[in-house]
Design a protein around this ligand. Structure first.
Ligand SMILES: [Zn+2]
Length: 365
């Protein structure tokens, strides 16, 4: 963050890095107009190792499978890859993440600022940029310098496939279920033992398989056990619930309550549980600021970029901003296979992302 802060200052931006640990930079505008914001996250996922990344740059990529240390990025599993034959594809060495999620977004935003500050003839309003520290844990925006933010539109640059703009996301809840049983000697357990881990297993098995992440896609929601451990005496499990529609999410939350109640009566265990909302679909807030997407669409037209508007099957930092009525469509970075050792990004897609954010920033309102 301190390096980024120094780079921002070198580009002529005013920076602020307060106790929220979110780095803010403001590049003063040279035309009147409402300020615009752009945001990316500096942290990377921890599903696979993310330290000691050794990026491999495949220049003049031959359009074939990419063989790395221990893994192969296969073109039949990555149909987008062949689009970049002849271009430049960047991967890790196969043992770590690449970290394009979301270093690619950080790079795009910094390049945009660099282009604006080096060419004062490009008209633009005040540009605010935000670099956040904890997107992957979902806690990035628990603290955010909202009081310093003047923009009501903040484009997140944290998407994936070239041309795809996320205009909404899941509504999300998580549930933590704690089960208290009673352990006794199995030989004299009849009518006495209360098996917590059996009750947990019953709850897991009672979730409809047809509503699992493995069985759903597109605009379908899901419910899934993410973690479960226990013994006869006690067990604990965590669930995630997702739905684009709030009513659908509420139905799944009610399903958890019903299944928990039946586990209690069948296994005579005591269950305590919390269901917590994690983030909400930001599509409503996006459409309540039509200007956000109109400016983006006009910018895409001006650079002859075909865009696809998409609902992301996950959450974004923008979902958290929407709780403060800030519209936050999510722009592609060109990164693919995020959170994986096969993560890759095409330089040409990053350049398109840069062209798009520059076109959005350019002009006044
Ligand atoms: Zn990300």
């Amino acid at each position: 963050m301190h390096m980024l802060s120094d780079e921002l200052k070198a580009l002529g931006a005013i920076t602020y890095y307060g106790e929220e640990k979110v780095l803010q930079g403001v590049l003063k505008g040279n035309v009147p107009g409402e300020p615009l914001a752009f945001m990316a996250h500096v942290d990377t996922a921890d599903d696979v190792p993310g330290n000691g990344v050794r990026p491999v740059v495949h220049r003049n990529y031959d359009g074939k499978d990419i063989v790395l240390d221990g893994v192969v990025i296969r073109t039949d599993e990555n149909p987008d890859l062949v689009k970049y034959a002849g271009g430049t594809v960047i991967t890790s060495d196969g043992t770590t993440l690449l970290g394009a999620d979301d270093k690619a977004g950080v790079a795009v935003i910094m390049e945009m600022l660099s282009a604006l500050s080096s060419d004062p003839s490009i008209p633009h309003p005040d540009i605010e940029v935000y670099f956040t520290p904890d997107e992957e844990t979902g806690h990035s925006l628990d603290r955010f310098p909202y009081d310093r933010m003047k923009a009501t539109v903040c484009y997140t640059v944290d998407g994936t496939e070239e041309g795809v703009i996320d205009t909404g996301c899941f509504n999300a809840s998580s549930a933590v279920i704690r089960i208290k049983g009673m352990a006794v000697h199995p030989g004299s357990a009849k009518g006495v033992m209360r098996n917590a881990v059996q009750a947990a297993s019953y709850i897991a098995q009672s979730l409809p398989a047809s509503e699992s992440p493995e069985a759903t896609d597109g605009l379908e929601g899901f419910i899934s056990v993410m973690d479960m451990k226990g013994s006869v005496d006690h067990a604990e499990m965590s669930l995630i619930l997702r739905d684009f529609n709030m009513k659908g999410l509420e139905r799944r939350e009610e399903m958890v309550r019903t299944i928990v109640r039946s586990a209690e009566s069948i296994y005579r265990v005591t269950v305590t549980f919390d269901i917590e909302r994690s983030y909400c679909n930001f599509s409503e807030v996006t459409s309540s600021h039509p200007y956000a997407l109109e400016r983006l669409r006009a910018a895409a037209r001006s650079i002859a970029l075909d865009i696809t508007e998409n609902m992301v099957r996950g959450g974004t930092d923008g979902a958290h901003l929407s709780t403060h009525s800030i519209a936050s469509p999510d722009i592609f970075t060109g990164g693919h296979n995020l959170h994986s050792v096969t993560e890759w990004v095409a330089l040409e897609a990053m350049e398109r992302s840069l062209e798009l954010v520059l076109a959005i920033a350019r002009g006044s309102r």
